[in-house]
Design a protein around this ligand. Structure first.
Ligand code: ADE
Ligand code: ZN
Length: 326
């Protein structure tokens, strides 16, 4: 087995983390107080104890409710900075951070407030902590395609601060093809493309087919059940498409870390990386995810190096910058 010290020291890239899912109870209370909001919990422990979920919808309810404390540019800046401090402490050198603008614009927070605040956090952390970060705008798939398109249009003045677009939230009844026009336009605007395609959702092999054939993504978030169809495995291998796995997140939401699937993907040469998803809610940042997976699969140091090589390889770092890590 592998030591926690080895995991801690390994240079890492994290490619699947929702910034709103890094909002720790302590910061939630701080922001509530700063913004004059009352949380219906006596303290941090009581808030944390309320984090009980058994599936994706029950998690998403808690996740969206928690965001009400995020109101000002400074709030978004502080949220990113807090995550990047923890990431830097775990020797994360590069991270591609999802944000959910519609979770904020839908409750009256303007798009520019969100993106300017997040960008300030990225810039400040890069300067103070030396950690490099990019932002990925995620559309909420349980809202309409029209709202996603309007959000894409709002993002265009900030294109230089956003490396790509993704798709998250509740997959049930919201297939990739619902957003075909939005993602085609995003591609034309120069964004890279990824989408959540979660194991344990309904119709996932059909969703994976759409993600590959209709959307033409550059990466897939989760996506572990390409294993259900050899043709899908062949296709991701042929195109060099990476998968971003989230062991602890899957473990909380579906009662299994999907370790055997990750093992099978590694054995077949599919570039899969390990990530935290929503660490403030699922209870583990990237190092804890690596340690948990290593325990489950009896990984050795070479396996962990291979996982981090995968992460840098499938990252959206410019080639020159990426190669410095390989
Ligand atoms: N948004 C934030 N976290 C998510 C997850 N784990 N799955 C789908 N949408 C999300
Ligand atoms: Zn996710």
């Amino acid at each position: 087995p592998v030591s926690a010290e080895f995991v801690a020291g390994l240079p890492k890239a994290e490619l699947h983390v929702h910034i709103e899912g890094t909002l720790e109870p302590e910061l939630k209370f701080e922001l509530a107080e700063r913004n004059g909001l009352e949380l219906p919990f006596a303290d941090v422990d009581e808030l944390r104890a309320s984090y009980q979920f058994h599936d994706l919808p029950s998690f998403l309810g808690v996740y969206y409710d928690g965001m009400r404390v995020l109101l000002t540019e400074r709030d978004f800046r502080d949220l990113v900075y807090a995550y990047l401090r923890r990431a830097a402490d775990q020797n994360v050198r590069h991270t591609e951070i999802f944000f959910d603008p519609q979770a904020h614009t839908s409750r009256g927070v303007p798009f520019p407030t969100v993106v300017r605040g997040l960008r300030q956090g990225v810039v400040d952390a890069q300067r103070d902590l030396g950690v490099h970060a990019e932002l990925i705008l995620c559309f909420l798939r349980d809202f309409s395609a029209e709202y996603a398109m309007a959000t894409l249009m709002e993002s265009l003045p900030y294109k230089d601060w956003i490396v790509g677009v993704g798709l998250d939230s509740d997959e049930k009844g919201n297939p990739p093809e619902k957003f075909a026009a939005v993602f085609a336009r995003a591609r034309a605007e120069g964004y890279l493309l990824t989408m959540h395609c979660d194991i344990d959702q309904e119709n996932t092999t059909e969703h994976l087919r759409q993600v590959l054939e209709v959307i033409g993504v550059d990466r897939i978030d989760h996506g572990l059940n390409v294993l259900e169809d050899d043709a899908l495995v062949e296709e991701v291998l042929r195109r060099g498409i990476g998968l971003t796995a989230c062991p602890i997140s899957n473990g909380v939401v579906t009662a299994s870390m999907k370790a055997p699937e990750i093992r099978a993907l590694l054995d077949r040469g599919v570039p899969v990386s390990v990530n935290s998803d929503d660490p403030a809610y699922f209870g583990g940042y990237v190092s804890e995810n690596l340690v948990a997976l290593a325990g489950e699969l009896d990984l050795d140091e070479a396996d962990l190096v291979a996982l981090q090589r995968n992460a840098f390889t499938i990252s959206w770092l410019a080639a020159g910058r990426r190669d410095a890590f390989l």
